[in-house]
Design a protein around this ligand. Structure first.
Ligand code: ADP
Ligand code: MG
Length: 711
C-alpha cells in the first residue's frame, strides 16, 4: 500500500489496530470493535458472505430469473406511476432484442432526472419475472459517460456481513487496505506444511486472498457451499486453534494441585449397601474412573455422559462421599431450580443417613435462611451444598471445597463452571470437577468441544425399563390423544402434556418474552384439557410460576395426586416420575432432536410400557419429517446425537452458550466435521514438536494470548 502513515514497520503485523488504517477515526473504530474487529488481522478474517460477479456483462436476452448478473444498456423509456405507492420504471435495452425493466419504489427527484432516454447505464442485480419480461428491483447502477468504456472488475466482488454504522463500500475499502498489509506467505504462515490435514490445501496468505478477491473463474458453487480449499484451509486452522486452546487449558490445569481424595471409601460402600438397587456395570465402571481421578493430587476434569435415566446422580453422590470422607466439601450445581431441588432430595435421602450434612442454596433462598446457609458453607458444617447458579455468586465462600459437580453442563457457560471452581480454598489447591450431561455428543465433537475434559460414558440403562414407543401424529388428531390420556389415567397411570413455543430461559435472572408466551400457551392448554378431562386431576408447571408453586405441583404429580401434568420444557431435565408412561409433545417439529430425546426420557422410567406422541403442525417439511423419523426409530441418545449433528449442526447439540465453539468465524462444525480427526492429529503434533507455534496459533484465532502464550 502507499505509505501514508509513519508507523510503517508496525503495520506489517496483523496486531495493528484498525485505527491505523486510512479513514478510520474513533467512531468507525468503535463500530468495528462492536463487531469484534479491532485489528488488521480481524479484518483479514472477516470473510465475505457471498460474491457478485462484475467481471463480465450479460446480454439482456441471456438474463435468467434468480441469477444475479451485470448488464449494460441504454435507457429506452421511463415511467413514473402512483398506483398503490410511487414507482419508477426504467426500460433498458442493449440491442440484444430484449428489454429489462429497472423498478424503484424509493427514489429521489435527482434520480428521476438521471434516467433520460439515451443515457447509458451499467447495473447489477437479480432479475425476477415482472409484468413485461424480466425486471430488477432496486439494482446497483451507475450512469456511464458519453463514450465511457468503464473497465470490468478483475475479481469477483465480495459482499461482507454488514456492520452497523459502516457502509459496505467503506468496509470493502478498509478490508482492501488491510489485505494490502498482509505480510508475505512465509511471514504469515504458522503451520508447517507437513502438518496432518494440510496436504493439497493452499497456504494461509493464498487462502485469504482467494476468499477476499476470488478470480473470475473461481468455483462459486464450492465457495457458496463452504467447501472451497481456501475455506477448508482456514476452517482447519481455526478448529486447530480452538482445540489447542482447550488442550492448553487442560495442560495448565494439570500443573495445578488438588486434594487427593484417596480415602478407604467406607462411606461409598455404605451408600451402595443402602440403595434399593444394584449399580449397573456402566455405573460401577464410571465411578471407578472418577475415584481413580480423585485419588490423585491433580484436579480431575471429567465429563460423564449418560443418557437420560442412566443413573448419573448416584455416581455423583458416590463421588461426593469420597470428598466428605477426607473432611472436604462438595458443591453440586444444576441449571434449574426444579432439577436442583430433586438433587437435593436425592442427596438428602442417600447421604443424611450416613451423617452427612447437605445444605441448599438457590436464588429463592433469601434472608435469614440464606445467611444461615452461607454460614454453614463458610464454616464447613455443610459438607455437601446443592444449588443453582446462586452457588457461583460472589459472597458464597466455602471452608474447604474439594469437588465441584455440575449437572447438565451444556446449560452453563464455561465461565460459570470456572467461577465455581475458583471458589476452591486458598491453600494452593483447586477443586476437582465432575461434569454431567444427558446430551450425548458424537465422539469427534466431544473431543473438540470438551478437549479440556476426560470423557466417561454411562452407556447402559438400569434393568427393567421398557423402551418408549414413539409416534409422530398430526395436531389434527388431538381429540384422540385426549381419549388416550383419559384411558391411561383410568388405569392410574400418569401423563405429561408438553407445550412448546420457543426456547425457555429459566433461572438465569432474565425471564424473557419467550418464557411469557410459553407460559401463556401452557395456561391455555391447561384450561382446555381440564375441561375436556373432567375426571382427571390436571396440574400445570411453567417457568413463570413461583418456585414453591412449581415444587408443590411437581410433588403432587410425583405422589400420584395429579393424573396429568401440563408443562413447558422446564420439565426437560431431572424430573423423575416412574409411574408416568405417556407423554405428548406439542409442536415437536420445532424442537431439536436432542431436546426431544431429553423430554422423552421423562417417561419409560418405570416397568410399564410407555409411549411418546410427537404432535406436529402439518405440513411437515422434509427436514422435520426426517428428524421425527429418527426419534421414532431409536431410543439411543448417541445415535440421535449423530443424526442431530448431521441434520442440524452442532449448535443445537452444544447449546448456544457453549464455549468459543459458538463463536467460530469460519469453521462450521457440522460442515467441517470431517476435518476434526486431522485437527486432533495436527494438535498432537504441534504440542509435541512446536509448542510455541501452538501458542501463536491460539493467539491468532482465539485470543487470550496473555494467558497461554509462551512469548
Ligand atoms: P439421570 O442419568 O438421567 O440423571 P437419574 O440419576 O435421575 O438419571 O436416575 C434415574 C432413576 O434411576 C432414579 O430414580 C434413580 O434412583 C434410578 N437408578 C439409578 N441407578 C439405578 C440402578 N442401577 N438400578 C435401578 N435404578 C437406578
Ligand atoms: Mg440427571
Amino acid at each position: 500500500m502507499r505509505a501514508t502513515r509513519q508507523a510503517a514497520p508496525a503495520l506489517a503485523g496483523g496486531a495493528t489496530p484498525v485505527s491505523a488504517l486510512r479513514g478510520v477515526g474513533a467512531s468507525v473504530a468503535e463500530k468495528l470493535a462492536a463487531r469484534g474487529l479491532a485489528t488488521v488481522q480481524d479484518l483479514w478474517l472477516h470473510l465475505p458472505l457471498r460474491y457478485e460477479d462484475r467481471t463480465r456483462l450479460t446480454p439482456i436476452r441471456d438474463l435468467r430469473a434468480g441469477m444475479p448478473a451485470q448488464v449494460e444498456g441504454t435507457v429506452e423509456a421511463v415511467e413514473r406511476g402512483f398506483r398503490y405507492r410511487p414507482v419508477l420504471r426504467v426500460a433498458v435495452g442493449d440491442g440484444s432484442r430484449a428489454t429489462l425493466v429497472l423498478r424503484f419504489f424509493h427514489f429521489r427527484a435527482a434520480q428521476v432526472a438521471q434516467f433520460r432516454p439515451g443515457v447509458r447505464l451499467r447495473c447489477f442485480g437479480t432479475p425476477r419475472p415482472g409484468q413485461h419480461g424480466l425486471e430488477i428491483v432496486h439494482p446497483n447502477y451507475r450512469v456511464l459517460g458519453e463514450d465511457e468504456a468503464a473497465a470490468l472488475g478483475d475479481s469477483l466482488d465480495p459482499v461482507y456481513p454488514a456492520i452497523e454504522g459502516v457502509g459496505p463500500a467503506t468496509l470493502r475499502r478498509l478490508i482492501g487496505q488491510a489485505l494490502d498489509l498482509l505480510p508475505d506467505a512465509a511471514a504469515l504462515e504458522l503451520l508447517p506444511a507437513s502438518l496432518p490435514g494440510l496436504a493439497g490445501l493452499p497456504g494461509l496468505r493464498e487462502s485469504l486472498l482467494a476468499l477476499h478477491r476470488p478470480p473470475p473463474d473461481a468455483d462459486l458453487a464450492a465457495l457458496a457451499a463452504g467447501t472451497h480449499p481456501a475455506q477448508r484451509r482456514l476452517a482447519l486452522e481455526e478448529l486447530l486453534a480452538h482445540h489447542l486452546s482447550l488442550r492448553r487449558q487442560r495442560l495448565a490445569q494439570q500443573q495445578l494441585s488438588a486434594r487427593a481424595l484417596d480415602g478407604p471409601g467406607k462411606l461409598a460402600r455404605r451408600l451402595q449397601q443402602g440403595l434399593p438397587f444394584k449399580l449397573t456395570g456402566a455405573q460401577q465402571r464410571v465411578f471407578a474412573q472418577v475415584r481413580a481421578d480423585l485419588a490423585l493430587p491433580v484436579p480431575m476434569q471429567r465429563l460423564v455422559q449418560g443418557d437420560v435415566g442412566s443413573g448419573k446422580t448416584v455416581v455423583a453422590a458416590l463421588a461426593a462421599t469420597l470428598a466428605v470422607e477426607r473432611g472436604c466439601q462438595v458443591a453440586l450445581a444444576a441449571p434449574t431450580e426444579l432439577l436442583a431441588e430433586q438433587h437435593l432430595a436425592n442427596l438428602r435421602t442417600w447421604l443424611e443417613p450416613l451423617g452427612i450434612r447437605v445444605a441448599w442454596l438457590a436464588g429463592k433462598v433469601t434472608g435469614k435462611a440464606r445467611a444461615a446457609a452461607l454460614a454453614e458453607v463458610a464454616s464447613g458444617t455443610a459438607q455437601v451444598v446443592v444449588g443453582t447458579h446462586a452457588l457461583m455468586q460472589e459472597g458464597v465462600a466455602f471452608h474447604d471445597l474439594a469437588l465441584v459437580i455440575v449437572d447438565e453442563q451444556h446449560r452453563f457457560g464455561v465461565q460459570q463452571r470456572l467461577a465455581l471452581r475458583d471458589k476452591g480454598p486458598a491453600h494452593g489447591h483447586v477443586p476437582h470437577q465432575l461434569v454431567m450431561t444427558a446430551t450425548p455428543i458424537p465422539r469427534t465433537l466431544a473431543m473438540t468441544a470438551y478437549a479440556d475434559l476426560d470423557v466417561s460414558a454411562i452407556d447402559e440403562l438400569p434393568p427393567g425399563r421398557t423402551p418408549v414407543q414413539t409416534v409422530a401424529v398430526s395436531a389434527e388428531r388431538r381429540p384422540e390423544l385426549v381419549e388416550r390420556i383419559r384411558a391411561a389415567c383410568a388405569e392410574s397411570r400418569q401423563a405429561y402434556w408438553v407445550c412448546t413455543l420457543i426456547e425457555e430461559q429459566e433461572d438465569d435472572g432474565k425471564p424473557g418474552q419467550g418464557m411469557r408466551l410459553q407460559a401463556q400457551a401452557a395456561e391455555r392448554t391447561f384450561e382446555q384439557l381440564s375441561q375436556q378431562l373432567p375426571g382427571v386431576r390436571v396440574g400445570l408447571v411453567h417457568g413463570r410460576m413461583k418456585a414453591s408453586e412449581k415444587q408443590a405441583t411437581m410433588r403432587a404429580f410425583k405422589d400420584g395426586a395429579l393424573g396429568l401434568l401440563v408443562a413447558t420444557t422446564v420439565i426437560e431435565v431431572g424430573v423423575d416420575v416412574p409411574n408416568a408412561s405417556l407423554m405428548i409433545v406439542e409442536n415437536a417439529e420445532r424442537l431439536g432432536l436432542a431436546q426431544l430425546h431429553q423430554l422423552r426420557g421423562r417417561v419409560g422410567r418405570g416397568a410399564a410400557a410407555s409411549s411418546c406422541v410427537l404432535l406436529y403442525q402439518p405440513p411437515l417439511s422434509q427436514m422435520a419429517r426426517q428428524r421425527l423419523e429418527v426419534l421414532r426409530q431409536t431410543n439411543d441418545g448417541f445415535v440421535i446425537a449423530e443424526k442431530d449433528l448431521e441434520l442440524r449442526g452442532p449448535g443445537e447439540l452444544l447449546g448456544t452458550r457453549q464455549t468459543g465453539l459458538a463463536a467460530f468465524r469460519i469453521a462450521d462444525l457440522a460442515r467441517d466435521a470431517g476435518l476434526l480427526p486431522q485437527v486432533h492429529a495436527a494438535a498432537d503434533r504441534l504440542l509435541a514438536q512446536a509448542p510455541e507455534l501452538a501458542d501463536r496459533v491460539v493467539a491468532r484465532w482465539v485470543g487470550g494470548a496473555t494467558r497461554y502464550a509462551a512469548a
